[in-house]
Each structure stands twice: as structure tokens, then as C-alpha cells.
Write a protein that binds this ligand. Sequence first.
Ligand code: ADP
Ligand code: MG
Length: 632
Amino acid sequence: MSSIIQLLPDHVANQIAAGEVVQRPASVVKELLENAVDARATDIKLIIKDAGKSLVQVIDNGLGMSVTDARLCFERHATSKIRQAEDLFSLHTKGFRGEALASIAAIAHVEMKTKQDQEELGTHIIIEGSKFVSQDVAVLPKGTSFAVKNLFFNIPARRNFLKSDVVEYRHIVDEFQRVALAHANIHFTFYHNGSEMFNLPPSNFRQRIVNIFSGKTNEKLVPVQEETEIVAIKGFVSKPEFAKKSRGEQFFFVNDRFIKSGYLHNAIMNAYEGLLKDGAQPSYFLYLNVPPNTIDINIHPTKTEIKFDDEQALYAILRSAVKHSLGQFNVAPVLDFDRDANLDTPYHYKNLEGATPTIQVDGNYNPFSEDVPNKGPKSDYYGNRKPDANSEGYRYEPVKQTASWESLYVGLKHDTDTITENGGFHFESEEATASLFNENDVEKAVNKTYQIHKKYIVNPIKSGMVIVDQQRAHQRVLYEQFLTNMTLHHASSQQLLFPLHLYFSTSEMELIAELQLALVNTGFVFEETNDDSVVISGLPVNIAESEVPKVLEQLLSDLQDGIPESSFSQNDTIAKSMAKSLSIKTGTYLTEKEQENLVNGLFACKEPNVSPFQKPTFITMRVEDLDKKFTI
Ligand code: ADP
Ligand code: MG
């Protein structure tokens, strides 16, 4: 039989390798920035267009390349950084595999200009899909410029796989920040579609962090420093009270290389034990220096995962260093984490005390009444909502609705003392006892609600009972309310006496700018939008001032994977996120009035059966079901 194995031509091999190294425009950004750092540049410019899909360009003032090297650098396994296998364990450069440029040139149009300091003239090369198009001599400044255009022009499948510009841009910002944080002594500038996004002058670590993540970051940072034989640690962690919902600002650098490590992340989380509220994430910027021969970087093509010789020791040292810093800076005692979360009034209506809302609750209205005209399941909730409802049945009346929802928040008491030992089953015993035993009082009981375990609201109905999950129900109510306000553009705002000044990172500001219109439609009033902050002078009526950072943070974290394209799904995402942050939570005590309003509010919704996250909001139990349980 004839042999069938062939060696792949170089351009095919390069394209295959590119699959590993170049996943998206951000991968190109990473490789080019790292090459510029390795070339000892002190000034690096990153220029991108259309989130890197049409152009990624990196211009450095580094060492440049000779004519021969300028040609050679596009060959696979062509590197100036290692010569023998042993060099892998004494690396002082970012790159060493010699495959980035070969891979990039295989799947894009690349134009390179490079000149060494001592040379008069430089080299200008154009290469497209691994094919050299031209090579000229040119008058150039010292350093190298790589322009990578039309990424994946020859692999349509990969090109189609790219995400929206917003998502791809965020990936690029991530890579840029990682390199910029690892090299605070280098001047970085970053332009997107002609606008300057970052301009980071050479500085120390702390200033670099602040320059990237806004001025407010400074006060959040606690320094960490530790030196042992196996590792030197320096950097910063955030004070626990600034912990965030998202894992955005968590950085490990090992020998100036950004790395990901779940194991070391655990060491940090462990150091914060008892200091963070559930699910909160601290920020950290930690620089570890280890002897190069104690790590293996060559275990992953993008070199973001590395293997440590003594991971356990590293874990212990890191944990104790961070713990020590948190303790030393007296962070812990300031916080009272034992405080009952229920005491944090979720709805501060201090400023509105006088303004008792005009609540239009129909006391006689009973959504479960059996004499509802039988128009299918929806009319059970809508058709009989108001005695004066017109003949078309239920009409959505958002203005009144808002007023009645307000009653849920206004005066929400958190008087946990009144809760009895049987898990918060709250009723005025006489009345309840009477209605339990007196058959004639069934009607009375029908309108009564009981909260059990600060989680469910039980409402007897003629056919049995309905059990409502308070958190999910409130999510549904808020969600529909926000959505209506946003689509009808008639949200009302409460004016703030002192405008709120909130700081965000550049990438967060990008998201906020994109969402601004939708947020305005919910009732936010933006007085100013700056590069790193917003000034808010008005809020939706059902958000307390103290809740705004939490709400916006949750929103940004929910939108990390990109803002939906259509305005409908944008509104939907925002409404969901705000409903999630603002809903009364399981564990919150509700007065009878609040319970009643919540139940009424839920059944006035368009889709009362499920929460915005498609979880059931209530269940019903018929008397027969109960009877069955007693017949055993
Ligand atoms: P690696 O970085 O792993 O060596 P690359 O394919 O990224 O592989 O680069 C190949 C070689 O091209 C590098 O080893 C370096 O000698 C040269 N080179 C790449 N970018 C630059 C640059 N910006 N300035 C000077 N030399 C560069
Ligand atoms: Mg490289």
C-alpha cells in the first residue's frame, strides 16, 4: 500500500497554529503588546478600529529588527528569545514560542515597519495570509509598528464567530489592562476608532492602577508586601467594604506576566474569610516574583496558566500576606459583619416621609374569587381586578400601579422583634383564631395573608390556598413596572438634594454610556457623564439613594458578556437586573399590608406565574389536596 502521510505546507501549519494562538482580536493585541514590551519599548501605542476587527496596530519605540530578522520573524518557531530547551526555565521575556507572528500573518493582512536605532533606514514588509506581498527599504523612526488588518479574512467561519463590537472591545481592554498593569514603567496609549481611551504615563504600580480604574480606586487599596525565599509579593488588595459583585478587577502577575489561577484566587478569598458578604468579590492587583526555574510557563499556548513547583507554599504565603495587610490596616474591625442583613432597610424613603402615597388598593378585590368570568387563566388575574374595570377587561394603568407598588416600600418595617418564634408566622391571634374556627368568617380569611419563614406568603382562597414566594413575586412586579416605564417613557424620578457622584472604570463607563438612554427611561437623571464618573441628580422613585451603586454594579456585572443589540432585549436585561437587585429578599419581614400589596401586585402582572427568570412565583393547594393528606 502506498504511504499516505504528508508534511503540511507551512501556511497550512501556520493557520492551524493560529487557531490556538489567535482566537479573537484581543489575542492579537496581547501578542503585539508583549512583543513590544520584550523589545524594551518605553512608549507603546495601541490603535484599533471596529473593536480590532478591521485594525489592530501596535507602535513601539523598542529595539526594532534588522532586515534579516524583519523577514524571519514571520517564520514559525522563529524567536530571538530562547535558544535551547533549558532557556524555558530562565525566561525573562513574555514570548518564547516564536509562533505569534507566523500565526497572525497566516490569517490577516499584516504591514510591518521596523528600524533599529543604529541603522539609517528601516524595513517595510507587507504579508497577507502567509504570502509576502512586498518588502521595501523605508525611512522610519526607531522601533516597530505592526498593523494587523482584516483578521480572519481567509477563515470566514472564524470571522463569523466573532462577537459584537462591544464584547470584542471589552476583551481588548482586558488584555490591554493586563499588560499595562504588569508594566507601570512603560507609557501606554490606546485609541479606539480615533478616540483616546487610555493614556497611561510611566508611574508606580499604585498610580497605574488608579489611572486605569479611576481616581476613586486609590482609597480602596490596601498594600500587600511579603518577601520569602520562594516568592516576593507586592501589590494591593481592596478593602472589604469595596468588594464588588463581579470578578472584574482581580489580577495576578507572576514575573510580570498576567496569569489566571483559581488556586491562588482561593488563597485570597480565604484571607478575606468572614470579611465579605455572600458572593462579594474583592479586587486585587498582586505581583509575585518567583525564581524563573520554579515555574513552567509552557503549559498553555496563550501562556496565561503556569505551573508552580511549590503551589501549596505559595498559597500559604499569599494567604497570610493578604490577611496580615487587611489586619494591619485595621480594615476588619471597622466592619460589623454580624449585623443582621435584615436591618439594612432596603428601601430608604427618609426624604419622602411626608408624602404618603395615594394607594388605590381595592380592599374587596380578591384575585382568587371563584366568580371570575371564565376567560382562560389570564382573566382570572385581570378580568376581575377592579370592580369598575371596563368591558375590555383589565387595562394596564401604570400610574396608579406605581402608586400601589410604592406602598410596598414606604414604611417597610424591619422590626424583627415582632416575629414570633414559629418562624415569623405573623397574625393577630384573636382574629385569626376566630376565622380559623368560625365558618361564617371564611370570607374574612380570604383576604388575609400570612408570612411564613420570612419567605412565603400564604393566602387562603375559597378552593384552598395560594403560597407566594415573596422574592420572586416582587421581582416579577418590579420587572413589569420597569419594563412598562422604559417602553412607555413615562417613568417618574425623585430629585436628589445632593447629586450622587459615582466613579467607574473606563470600560464600565463605556457600558453606562451605551445604556444611558435606557436608564433615563427608568427614571435616572444624569447631570454629567465624564470619562470616569457620572453625576446622578434624579432616581427612579423606587430606588433609594444608598442602593444606586449596588444596582448599577449588578447591572454592569449582568452585562459583562455584552449589551444586547436590540433595544427590547436591552430593556429586558436592565429591567431584570434591577428587579433582581431591588426585590425584597427572602428573610425580609413584611407587614400584613405589604404582604397584601405584594400579592395584589403580583396578580395584576401580565405574567404572574413566573419570575423574570422563569421560576414559579406561587403554587396553589386545593382543599382536596389537603384532605388527601389527612386521610392516610
Ligand atoms: P516570540 O515573541 O515568541 O519570540 P513572535 O512570533 O511573537 O515570537 O516574534 C518573533 C520574533 O520577532 C521575536 O522573537 C522578536 O525577535 C521579533 N519581534 C517581534 N515583535 C517585535 C518588536 N515589536 N520589536 C522587535 N522585535 C520584535
Ligand atoms: Mg511574541
